[in-house]
Design a protein around this ligand. Structure first.
Ligand SMILES: NC(=O)C1=CN([C@@H]2O[C@H](COP(=O)(O)OP(=O)(O)OC[C@H]3O[C@@H](n4cnc5c(N)ncnc54)[C@H](O)[C@@H]3O)[C@@H](O)[C@H]2O)C=CC1
Ligand SMILES: O=C(CO)COP(=O)(O)O
Length: 339
């Protein structure tokens, strides 16, 4: 099967997925925000800022014109930062309204929108009515672009309430090194994806401060406990958090130097200022804005998220990290699980 695909976002993950889909035999256009990125992909077949050293398939075409990029697309993949998704969806809607074509919309972004607290698929669905699409699917899992770009084994979840759409996405993306599993718990998949980025900042900070493996395992485990707690409160199936988009993605993000969230935390642990870290990263660090959303959402829903609250206080209230750790360790003793 060869499909017409538009990938919206020419950053690290968008470029790797567009390249993978091209190599799977699909007709792919990647929509780049900047003309210089379009020119580099089309003329040099590279995207050096995001993926140094990677040679892209020459059949992959880039375009800065959204209407041309999505023309006749069977599948439109959103891979822009979470807080940009609404703006891109608003540009996409009038284009879809002018055609009879109803693409499957796929989201690969991991975050919660500032202000609305929406998950990414909710943002998309609040802008683009269901009748303009053939289903909305979320793809998520342990998947650093750097590893997938060199064809290292990668497994993801394709989540949708529309099982047929999820199965279609599973087949479009699958190849010898990229395997997807379907899941109908969209809430759980997106909550896990968004909230693990916050915990990864904490894991990087522990590393930067010189803490050992016990501390890192404690953070990941107790982090997963509170991710699940908020996720379940929002309607997720608890089982999803032991899946690829839950513990799987938490492990990869909280232990890898490829992770922008982990690197952000690591630099904070070394005493750097948040604004300097973000200015120098040159890529999106989703966990910073999601920490704010998660902190506010947890308060609104009455859900206890002590680690997320501590990371919020470090990021937004200048709380010293060591003080945040001391305060966490001195919380009232309690059972491991609240049934
Ligand atoms: N990099 C990775 O390994 C993975 C990333 N993701 C998720 O994918 C999403 C995108 O991440 P990356 O590709 O890594 O980000 P990135 O920082 O590498 O690239 C972001 C892209 O968005 C574009 N952009 C920025 N502002 C824009 C705007 N206003 N309108 C349109 N485009 C705009 C930039 O030009 C750039 O091409 C994030 O939600 C991230 O969590 C998910 C899995 C893996
Ligand atoms: O989601 C990711 C890996 O699965 C990417 O994580 P970072 O955004 O922290 O690099």
């Amino acid at each position: 099967m060869s499909e017409k695909i538009a990938v919206l976002g020419a950053g690290s993950w968008g470029t790797v997925l567009a390249n993978l889909l091209t190599e799977n035999g699909h007709d792919v256009t990647i929509w780049a925000y900047l003309q210089k990125d379009t020119d580099e992909i089309n003329n040099k077949h590279t995207n050096e800022h995001y993926l140094p050293g990677l040679r892209l398939n020459e059949k992959l075409v880039a375009n800065t014109d959204l209407a041309e990029s999505v023309k006749d697309a069977d599948l439109v993949l959103f891979v822009v930062p979470t807080n940009v998704v609404r703006g891109v969806a608003k540009q996409l809607l009038p284009i879809l309204e002018k055609t009879d074509k109803k693409p499957v919309i796929v989201s690969a972004a991991k975050g919660l929108e500032v202000g609305t607290y929406d998950r990414v698929s909710q943002v998309i669905q609040s802008v683009i009515p269901a009748e303009q699409t053939n289903g909305v699917v979320v793809i998520s899992g342990p998947s650093h672009a750097e590893d997938t770009s060199v064809k290292d084994i990668t497994t993801l979840t394709a989540a949708s309430t529309n099982l047929e759409a999820a199965q279609y996405v599973q087949h479009v993306f699958a190849n010898s090194y990229f395997r997807l599993y379907t899941n109908q718990d969209v809430i759980g998949v997106e909550m896990g994806a968004a909230l693990k980025n916050v915990i990864a900042i904490g894991a990087g900070a522990l590393h930067g401060l010189g803490y050992g493996d016990n501390a890192k395992a404690a953070l990941i485990t107790r982090g997963l406990a509170e991710i699940s707690r908020l996720g379940v409160k929002m309607g997720a199936d608890p089982l999803t958090f032991i899946g690829l988009s839950g513990v799987g993605d938490l492990i990869v993000t909280a232990t890898s130097r490829h992770s922008r969230n982990w690197r952000c935390g690591n630099q904070l642990g070394h005493g750097e200022k948040l604004q300097d870290v973000l200015d120098n990263m040159g890529q999106v660090v989703e966990g910073v804005s999601t920490a704010k959303v998660a902190h506010e959402l947890a308060q609104k829903e009455g859900v206890e998220m002590p680690i997320t609250d501590a990371i919020y206080a470090v990021l937004y209230e200048d709380k010293p990290i060591k003080q945040a750790i001391t305060d966490l360790m001195q919380r009232e003793s309690k059972p491991e699980f609240d049934y």
